[in-house]
Design a protein around this ligand. Structure first.
Ligand code: NIG
Ligand code: FE
Length: 397
C-alpha cells in the first residue's frame, strides 16, 4: 500500500482558483505539497504517481448540518403539507418533530444505525467524507444517548468522519408540554452532562423558535455547554425573527443555521464574531418558504456561508449535497463558487475543522475527490447526476 502519492490534475485551491496541470503530493494521510506540475520539487521525482488526465480535483465534501439518525419517516406529513397545512400547524398538533420522536424512541441503537446507513451511503456516493449528525429526536435521556451512540457507530461502518451534536433542545416532549424550563432542568441539561461524560458530544445545538425554545432558554443551554467546554451552534431565525442568531454569535457560536428571518443588519454581528452562516435550501424548498436568508447582506458583510442538506425526515428529506448546491444557487442566488466553498472550507469552519479539512493545502487531510467535469460550476449545475469518479485518500504513514 502506498503512503505517498502524487495526483496530477486541475485542482480547486482554497481561494477558488483552479490550478491547471497541478500536482498534489500526499504523504501518509496528509497533503504535503500542492502546486503547478512544472514546479514540483525534485524530492518527489521518484514517488508513485497517479495521472488524473486533467480531471477536476476538489477537497472531499462536508455536510455540516444533518439529522441523519432518526426512526421512521414523515411521508404522511408531506401529504398534509401538500394539502395546505403548515410545518408549524403540524408541529402544534403534536406531529412534526414529535412524530419522529415516537419512532426514534421505539428504535434500538442497531435499528437507528441500520436506518441511517442508506442515507449516509447516498451522501458518501457524492463525495461526502465528513458529516455532522445531531441528536434531538429522543428528548429523553436514554434515546438522546442512543442517537449519539448510533452516530458514533456509523463511523465504524463507513470511512467517514462524524461530528456529533447534542440537540436535546429540539422540541418540548409531550410529557413536558407547556413546561419547557422543567424539561431543560430535569432532562435536557442532565442528559447533556451524561452524554459528555460518555464522550459522545462534539458540539451543542438548539432550536430557537416560537414552536421550540426561547432565546433565554437557549442561553441556559449554552451556559451549560460552555461550562463543559463544548462549542455551540444554533437553529435560528428559520420561521420567525427571535434574535437567536445574534445572541449565539455574540457567545462565540461556530455557526447559526437556517436564517431565513435574519435581520440583514445582524449580518455585521456574524461577521465580527466570525460565526458561519449555514444555509439550508432543502428546508426552504420543502416547506415552500418564500422568505430567503439575507444573502446580499451576508455576502457584503463578509460572512462565510456554508450550505448543508439538513437531512431530516420532516423539513428536509434530502440526502444529496450536490442537489443542495444547485438549490443554493437557484433558490438563494449563491454563485457556484460560493456553493463549492459552502460544502468545503466554510463547512469545515462551521465544524471547527478548517485546519485539516475543506481545502487542498499542505497539512490538510489527504482526502480528495476526482470529478468528471470541465469546470467547478458543473458540480452545482446538474440535477440528479453524479460526476464523481473516485475519492482519493492517503493512507496513514
Ligand atoms: O433543521 N428546525 C428544526 N429542526 C429541523 C427539522 C426537524 C424535523 O422537522 O424533523 C430543521 O429543519
Ligand atoms: Fe436542522
Amino acid at each position: 500500500m502506498t503512503a505517498q502519492l502524487l495526483t496530477c490534475a486541475r485542482a480547486v485551491l482554497p481561494d477558488d482558483t483552479v490550478l491547471a496541470n497541478a500536482c498534489v503530493a500526499l504523504a501518509g494521510d496528509r497533503i504535503e505539497w500542492v502546486g503547478p506540475g512544472d514546479a514540483l520539487p525534485a524530492r518527489y521525482a521518484n514517488w508513485p504517481r497517479q495521472d488524473l488526465a486533467g480531471d477536476l480535483l476538489t477537497p472531499a465534501l462536508i455536510d455540516c448540518h444533518t439529522h441523519l439518525v432518526h426512526g421512521g419517516h414523515r411521508a404522511r406529513e408531506f401529504e398534509q403539507r401538500l394539502q395546505g397545512a403548515s410545518y408549524a400547524d403540524i408541529a402544534q398538533a403534536g406531529g412534526g418533530i414529535l412524530g419522529t420522536v415516537n419512532a426514534t424512541r421505539a428504535a434500538s441503537v442497531d435499528a437507528l444505525v441500520e436506518a441511517a446507513l442508506p442515507r449516509l451511503d447516498a451522501l458518501m456516493a457524492e463525495g461526502v467524507a465528513v458529516v455532522e449528525i445531531k441528536s434531538g429526536y429522543g428528548l429523553d435521556r436514554d434515546t438522546e444517548l442512543n442517537m449519539l451512540r448510533a452516530a458514533t457507530r456509523l463511523a465504524e461502518h463507513r470511512p467517514v468522519q462524524v461530528v456529533r451534536t447534542f440537540l436535546g433542545a429540539h422540541a418540548i416532549p409531550p410529557e413536558y408540554a407547556g413546561r419547557a424550563d422543567d424539561y431543560l432542568d430535569e432532562v435536557c441539561l442532565p442528559t447533556l452532562n451524561a452524554a459528555h461524560d460518555e464522550g459522545l458530544v462534539d458540539m451543542v445545538d438548539g432550536f430557537c423558535e416560537h414552536i421550540a425554545f426561547s432565546v433565554a432558554q437557549i442561553e441556559r443551554l449554552f451556559d451549560r455547554a460552555q461550562s463543559l467546554g463544548l462549542p455551540i451552534k444554533l437553529h435560528a431565525e428559520q420561521l420567525s425573527a427571535l434574535g437567536g442568531a445574534s445572541m449565539a454569535a455574540l457567545r462565540g457560536a461556530r455557526s447559526v443555521d437556517h436564517l431565513e428571518y435574519l435581520d440583514p443588519a445582524q449580518a455585521q454581528v456574524l461577521a465580527r464574531q466570525g460565526t458561519v452562516a449555514v444555509l439550508l435550501p432543502g428546508a426552504f424548498y420543502t416547506l415552500r418558504e418564500t422568505r430567503k436568508p439575507p444573502i446580499a447582506a451576508l455576502r457584503e458583510a463578509g460572512v462565510d456561508m456554508a450550505i448543508s442538506t439538513d437531512c431530516n425526515p420532516g423539513s428536509s428529506p434530502l440526502s444529496s449535497l450536490l442537489l443542495t448546491m444547485n438549490m443554493a444557487c437557484t433558490l438563494f442566488g449563491l454563485t457556484p463558487a460560493e456553493a463549492l466553498a459552502g460544502v468545503t472550507r466554510h463547512a469545515a469552519r462551521a465544524l471547527g475543522l478548517d485546519a485539516e479539512r475543506g481545502a487542498i493545502a499542505p497539512g490538510q487531510h489527504a482526502d480528495l475527490l476526482r470529478w468528471s467535469v470541465q469546470s467547478p460550476a458543473e458540480l452545482s449545475y446538474r440535477l440528479g447526476f453524479n460526476p464523481l469518479i473516485e475519492r482519493i485518500q492517503g493512507t496513514p504513514a
